[in-house]
Write a protein that binds this ligand. Structure first.
Ligand SMILES: Nc1ncnc2c1ncn2[C@@H]1O[C@H](COP(=O)(O)OP(=O)(O)OP(=O)(O)O)[C@@H](O)[C@H]1O
Ligand SMILES: [Mg+2]
Length: 506
């Protein structure tokens, strides 16, 4: 083999390995609790590198509108890219399902120059392939622009298609996955991978979580039981520089007082009866990562004192030991208790309280997030449980959807999750009725004045005539049923004709 061909052959091997490792990386990326924007951007970035292109974009098709949405990895400062259905080459690919390879983008009528203008970019060559899932349904488009040193080759096309298949698998494991049985597109449900919700109240939490992830400060997560404190704690860790390190949880409620200290800090052999060997604590286990103290309000004053010292000095001694051990641990804590009241009663140290709440994040209760979010979460859990229990095609009846919206969810997201799981198990046919939800009747959500998001539903001021009340209620129900008159009529317990007559009057 001549020198040149040997070099070329080894370059080809390196390139192939590079491409294979990219395929593996995409899978690993998804396991993390990354912000979806960051995730899609990161995928785009890696695809561009592997393809030797200047830019790569992952578009997803929004199943509600057919529009394409994307964010450009290289320009995070720009707003989301939005292409109306069928617009641009990506829109054409999403509609036709065929790949497009252009050597001169400007001369192709499908090319939409508006995006270039908006992003200050000049597209020369372009390769665009559909993102199809296992059932061949189109979920998005993967597009690369401006290959260095010439046009995209047929091999590039084959490889980009392989990457697009990985992206489809990947989407399926995020909150961007397709709704059960949907023919095209994905449901855009939230900003975080694995976390559902886009109400203003939850968006505010996303922002705080993102900021908290960027620093190493102690965080106190507050909020009612089942609101998602544990989930957001994990999201902080997974988005922090410690993401490759351990995430260790200690549930302070389930430990007997006597064991909390040794559980946290470990103990030396012989330090108490039964301590027949040296045992490292959770603090050791979390070295290089994050320690999450759940229900921190339950700690005794003695343990609080040791925890405070640990937070101040990042050092501790094992129970029964003398050596001071240093570790690199970030501490997150959570509680549903009123810590101010515990401080006032002398049951929680004030200095520790201040130390814990360097960053304080309050996860809002479900009832403050609005009915759309309740339904979004319900659909998310429904998909999960129908897969787990092998019950495809199971749907919520319109009356069930109204009941889910109306309930005030004292047990928050966890209560909703259990409600849906029970319904999936109990429901004998395809339609989940209110009887399978087991929610108490006539418990209507009370608007919460302090919440950031208005509660979904209808507020009826006193002093209206009965017919006016009826009209407004019908209008709200129709809105809740997406203007589907048959559904609304069923939910209201009247015939479609009656509804039409009453709605006309309204
Ligand atoms: N926004 C969300 N999207 C998807 N799943 C969620 C969301 N919020 C909570 N969950 C799920 O709901 C359940 C309860 O959440 P989590 O355990 O984080 O709540 P918590 O506030 O820690 O509750 P507790 O105070 O009882 O410990 C979990 O199964 C979690 O995965
Ligand atoms: Mg919890």
């Amino acid at each position: 083999m001549s020198g040149l061909s040997a070099v070329l052959a080894s370059a080809a091997v390196i390139e192939r390995e590079h491409k294979l490792s990219l395929l593996l990386e995409l899978g690993a990326l998804l396991a993390q609790e990354l912000d979806l924007d960051a995730l899609l951007g990161d995928i785009g970035h890696r695809v561009a590198c592997a393809m030797g292109a200047e830019r790569a974009t992952v578009f997803v098709v929004d199943s509600a509108t057919g529009d394409l949405r994307a964010r450009i990895a290289e320009r995070p400062d720009l707003p989301e890219l939005h292409l109306a259905r069928g617009m641009g080459v990506a829109g054409w690919v999403a509609e036709s399902g065929e790949a497009v390879n252009l050597i001169d983008a400007a001369s192709d009528p499908r090319h939409f120059a508006g995006v270039d203008r908006a992003t200050g970019f000049t597209t020369r060559t372009l390769l665009s392939v559909p993102v199809r899932d296992g059932r061949r349904a189109i979920r998005g488009v993967l597009q690369v622009l401006n290959k260095h040193g010439g046009p995209f080759s047929p091999e590039d096309e084959t490889f980009l298609q392989a990457l697009a298949n990985q992206v489809a698998l990947a989407l399926d494991r995020t909150t961007l996955r397709a709704a059960e049985g949907s023919e095209r597109g994905v449901q855009v449900r939230g900003l975080f991978n694995h976390i559902v919700g886009s109400s203003p109240a939850v968006r505010a939490v996303y922002e705080q979580v993102t900021r908290a992830a960027a620093v190493d400060a102690t965080v106190l997560l507050r909020g009612e039981t089942g609101a998602g404190k544990g989930l957001f704690a994990r999201a902080i860790h997974a988005n922090s520089r410690r993401r490759a390190g351990p995430f260790v949880t200690v549930d302070c409620t389930t430990l007997p007082d006597a064991l909390v200290e040794s559980e946290l800090f470990g103990h030396e052999k012989g330090s108490f009866t039964g301590a027949d060997r040296r045992v490292p604590g959770k603090v050791d286990a979390a070295d290089g990562g994050t320690l999450f103290l759940d229900e921190v309000g339950e700690l005794t004053l003695a343990v609080q004192a040791r925890l405070l010292r640990f937070l101040q000095e990042h050092a501790f001694e094992r129970v029964g030991g003398r050596a001071t051990i240093k570790v690199d641990v970030r501490v997150l804590t959570a509680t549903h208790r009123d810590l101010e009241a515990l401080v006032a009663q002398g049951r929680f140290r004030q200095d520790l309280f201040y130390r814990l709440r360097v960053v304080e994040i309050t996860v809002p209760p479900l009832r403050a997030r609005g009915g759309d979010e309740v339904l979004g979460l319900a659909e998310h859990f429904l998909e999960g449980f129908t897969r787990r229990y092998g019950r495809p095609g199971l749907r919520l009846s319109s009356a069930s959807r109204l009941a889910l919206r109306a309930h005030d969810w004292p047990g928050n997201v966890r209560e909703l999750e259990h409600t849906i799981e029970r319904a999936v198990v109990l429901c004998p046919d395809e339609l989940i009725g209110t009887e399978h939800l087991g929610l108490p009747v006539r418990r209507v959500a009370a608007p919460e004045p302090t919440s950031a998001a208005p509660v979904e539903g209808v507020v009826l001021p006193l002093g209206l005539s009965l017919s006016e009340v009826e009209a407004r209620y019908i209008e709200a129900t129709l809105r809740a049923c997406g203007n589907n008159r048959s559904q609304a009529a069923r939910a209201l317990g009247v015939g479609r004709n009656t509804l039409r007559r009453k709605a006309l009057k309204a």
